[in-house]
Design a protein around this ligand. Structure first.
Ligand SMILES: CC(C)(COP(=O)(O)OP(=O)(O)OC[C@H]1O[C@@H](n2cnc3c(N)ncnc32)[C@H](O)[C@@H]1OP(=O)(O)O)[C@@H](O)C(=O)NCCC(=O)NCCS
Length: 143
């Protein structure tokens, strides 16, 4: 067996696509939390996850807006399962609404964990709205 085929045989069957993910969802970011991101319980601090979701959620709106955007609202944020140090987090986003100047997105966060018997767990789901803005920070119509 060549080194290349041996390497591919060792790679675990694809875990990267979560079951039931909407067809129009796109992987926009992956990140692994570090010990500095944990809370007193040893789990990952919710505020850190919220910041990552804000960054990941902005990827598609920035593409749609072709310029500056800002977060105007976090419409919903659900922590379904705790996140642990050692998890690899994948952020999947899809645009749910495009208005005159605003773009709303749904973000799902999935944790890949337990390397000995890998599993994917949906840990967070959120809905956010971003607004395209001009140089003065005023809403800008999407073209
Ligand atoms: C975002 C901002 C420029 C909007 O200004 P505004 O004067 O409220 O603008 P408007 O009322 O015309 O609303 C603009 C769009 O945002 C949408 N919007 C406003 N408030 C919203 C809310 N609470 N939820 C969802 N959408 C909202 C409006 O529906 C509108 O969408 P549309 O143009 O697609 O119809 C302004 O509120 C702002 O600068 N906020 C601070 C943003 C920021 O600093 N974010 C980082 C967090 S620290």
């Amino acid at each position: 067996m060549s080194a290349e085929s041996n390497a591919s045989a060792l790679v675990h069957p694809r875990l990267s696509v979560p079951p039931g993910l909407a067809d129009d969802s796109e992987l926009v970011m992956r990140v692994a939390p570090l010990p500095a991101d944990s809370n007193a319980n040893g789990d990952v601090f919710g505020g850190w996850i919220m910041a990552q979701v804000d960054i990941a959620g902005s990827v598609l709106p920035a593409r749609v807006a072709r310029g500056r955007i800002t977060t105007v609202a976090v419409n919903q944020f659900i922590f379904k399962q705790p996140v642990s140090i050692g998890d690899l987090l994948s952020f999947y986003a899809r645009v749910t609404r495009v208005g005159r100047s605003s773009i709303s997105v749904n973000v799902e966060v999935w944790a890949e964990r337990n390397p000995a018997a890998p599993e994917l767990v949906r840990v967070t789901e959120a809905s956010l709205t971003y607004v395209a803005i001009d140089e003065q920070g005023r809403p800008r119509a999407l073209t």
